[in-house]
Design a protein around this ligand. Structure first.
Ligand code: ADE
Ligand code: ZN
Length: 339
């Protein structure tokens, strides 16, 4: 396929995004606009200066600047604008469904009410569905560098909004904060009817992925790259059909891989792992969903069948109900039959 044919094919391919932190879709332009609107002083003079600061050597480097950027988000309107900007980009990329992470503790710790965050994000989701036909679900992430008590307090704040929340996850600094630290609060969330996911194996060792699977019994693994270091764990993930929400440009920007040509995505597919492609924090890592597909496809020579498998995995691994999954998969089949 030529580059243009590849882009046309992937853009048209119906696909879902399952790993995207909404705070990570805050583009520098919107950051400046919201800073001005809210009277927040940024430590940057220009959009170019912000972009120049986006050179990371690991996850923590990125997180420090990401939490700082989120400081401009104060009102429900801010969260709505943020969400809508993301959904517009997703729709332009041919994305038709998204399950987006949000980090309530980043906001409640600054005095923004939990309800304000939910109000804004759900307003953005409703408008995206009406105007763009894009569906979405919310996943509340607990910050794992904070303690269990803080996670329990956040779950308590979420209780009035459970109808708007599909699941909970674990994000932020992975190493030193294994899934086991949050086993009780994740179980409490599951008892409330929520799905459970966790970042594991992004920078953390295979032991963290084992914990996520065996102890937490997660519904998906976010990243999972380092699981490949353990053949027994890999076999288990294949056997259980665990979906991995892989983020190639994120892995490149956070130096998990030195070049996309060395990215494990193709190997994951060949091993039979249910891998998907996602953007993680697109405003910080230089590409939204389509760009992640395209750059990875070019670097790894992904075939048409592999691209179709990635798109299928994004729906089978989603939290849509079975009838909706079947409808979305039929949409992929129809697309492939005519392209
Ligand atoms: N929060 C936002 N992006 C993240 C990532 N890639 N890993 C862990 N926490 C995050
Ligand atoms: Zn992530």
């Amino acid at each position: 396929m030529t580059d243009t044919a590849l882009e046309t094919f992937v853009r048209g391919l119906p696909k879902a995004e399952l790993h995207m932190h909404i705070e990570g879709s805050l583009e520098p332009e919107l950051m400046f606009e919201l800073a001005e609107r809210n009277g927040v002083v940024l430590p940057f003079q220009s959009v170019d200066e912000i972009r120049a600061a986006y050179a990371f050597s690991n996850l923590q480097d990125f997180l420090d600047i990401y939490y700082q950027g989120a400081g401009v988000l104060l009102t429900a309107a801010d969260f709505k604008d943020l969400a809508l900007a993301y959904f517009r980009r997703l729709a332009a990329d041919g994305g038709t469904h998204a399950e987006i992470f949000f980090d309530p503790q980043t906001h409640t710790d600054r005095g923004v009410a939990f309800g304000t965050v939910i109000e804004g994000l759900t307003a953005g989701m409703a408008q995206a569905q009406a105007e763009l036909g894009v569906t979405a679900k919310l996943i509340l992430c607990f910050l794992r560098h904070l303690d269990e008590a803080a996670a329990f307090a956040t779950l308590e704040q979420a209780k009035p909004y459970l109808a708007q929340i599909a699941g909970v996850g674990l994000d932020s600094s992975e190493v030193g904060h294994p899934p086991a630290k949050f086993a009780r609060v994740l179980q409490a969330a599951r008892d409330l009817g929520l799905k459970v996911v966790a970042h594991a194996g992004e920078e953390g060792p295979p032991a963290y992925v084992w914990e996520a699977v065996d102890l937490i019994k997660v519904d998906r693994i976010d990243h999972g790259n380092r699981a490949l270091e353990d053949d027994c764990l890999t076999a288990r993930l294949v056997q259980d059909g665990v979906t991995l929400t892989v983020c190639p440009l994120s892995n490149l920007k956070l130096c998990g891989v030195s070049d996309l040509k060395h990215h494990p995505l193709k190997r994951m597919l060949k091993l039979g792992l249910k891998a998907t492609v996602n953007s993680d924090d697109p405003a910080y890592f230089g590409g939204y969903l389509l760009e992640n597909y395209l750059q990875t496809a070019q670097a790894l020579d992904l075939t048409r069948d592999e691209l179709a498998t990635l798109a299928r995995n994004s729906f089978t691994g989603s939290f849509l109900d079975d009838a909706e999954k079947a409808r979305r998969l039929a949409g992929i089949d129809a697309y492939l039959a005519s392209h």
